[in-house]
Design a binder for this molecule. Structure first.
Ligand SMILES: Nc1ncnc2c1ncn2[C@@H]1O[C@H](COP(=O)(O)OP(=O)(O)OP(=O)(O)O)[C@@H](O)[C@H]1O
Length: 250
């Protein structure tokens, strides 16, 4: 593969990424020297013990947090060089988010929530694409409902549709199934998985759950702010096995 093609195959990457909090003896290195690439059209899960730096990595990748050292490259763009205003535009136009707590606007209907990022950017939805996303989340008869009239799983599917509707460069999901039962989790993960397979979406997801991680193409394992290991084509069993191995070597 030529250098140019390799470049195109990578949606986002970090180079020597570090993030520290505090100074002197109280300093915590939440991330240390993390260099990693996330393939375009791939589904990557990030796992690791509590406090290992998963959310910090996700937030630095998404331009929500400023790293202390290193770079985050979205294509040719170094996010660490952007000012707050440019980062806000970038997050609005090129990044999709799904949070554990759904974060829907309670006074808007499901459909209004889904098109909100486009409305805020003064962009018209691409009708055909919106239709495809709505068909895929399978909530066509609930689109006029407010979030409080939807189950947790339905709300999270609305949040996923909202993240996808602007065709972002990357969708970041932080524990998207953390508040859901196993059936609703399977719906949400199935939807994220289809968005990767059928629409070529790039998805990066933090999770504690080996079953959720098994929906990904690749699982990265963090420990103490560093990349410890990775697994390709994971199954829930292979993820659990590696978690146990890594635990044993701590
Ligand atoms: N704003 C902050 N100020 C100080 N320390 C912080 C801050 N945010 C995170 N940390 C520390 O950085 C380290 C990594 O935190 P992070 O939230 O990224 O871990 P995590 O792997 O996502 O954990 P969890 O699975 O519990 O959500 C932890 O030691 C945490 O206490």
């Amino acid at each position: 593969m030529t250098a140019e093609l390799v470049e195109q195959a990578v949606a986002i990457r970090t180079v020597g990424l570090g993030k520290s909090y505090g100074h002197g003896e109280t300093r915590i290195d939440a991330l240390a020297d993390v260099s990693v690439e996330f393939g375009r059209g791939r589904f990557t899960a990030i796992m690791g013990p509590s406090g290992s730096g998963k959310s910090t990595l996700l937030h630095c990748l998404a331009g929500l947090d400023k790293p202390t050292t290193g770079q985050v490259m979205l294509g040719e763009l170094d996010l660490t060089k952007l000012d707050e205003r440019s980062l806000t535009h970038l997050r609005r136009d090129r990044i999709g988010f799904v949070f554990q707590a759904f974060n829907l606007v309670p006074t808007l209907t499901a459909l209004e929530n889904i098109t909100l990022p486009l409305d805020l950017a003064n962009r018209k939805p691409d009708k055909a694409w919106l239709d495809t996303v709505l068909t895929t989340i399978g909530l066509k008869d609930r689109l006029g409902h407010k979030p409080s009239e939807l189950s947790g799983g339905q709300q999270q599917r609305v949040a996923c549709a909202r993240a996808l509707v602007s065709r972002p460069h990357v969708v970041f999901a932080d524990e998207p199934t953390g508040n859901l039962d196993s059936r609703a989790s399977a719906d949400v993960l199935g939807f994220l998985h289809r968005s990767v397979r059928e629409f070529g979406q790039t998805v990066v997801m933090v999770t504690h759950d080996p079953t959720a991680a098994a929906y990904a193409d690749r699982v990265l394992f963090l420990a103490d702010g560093r990349l410890r290991d990775e697994l390709l084509d994971p199954t829930a069993e292979s993820v659990l096995d590696l978690m146990k191995q890594l635990d044993g070597t701590d």
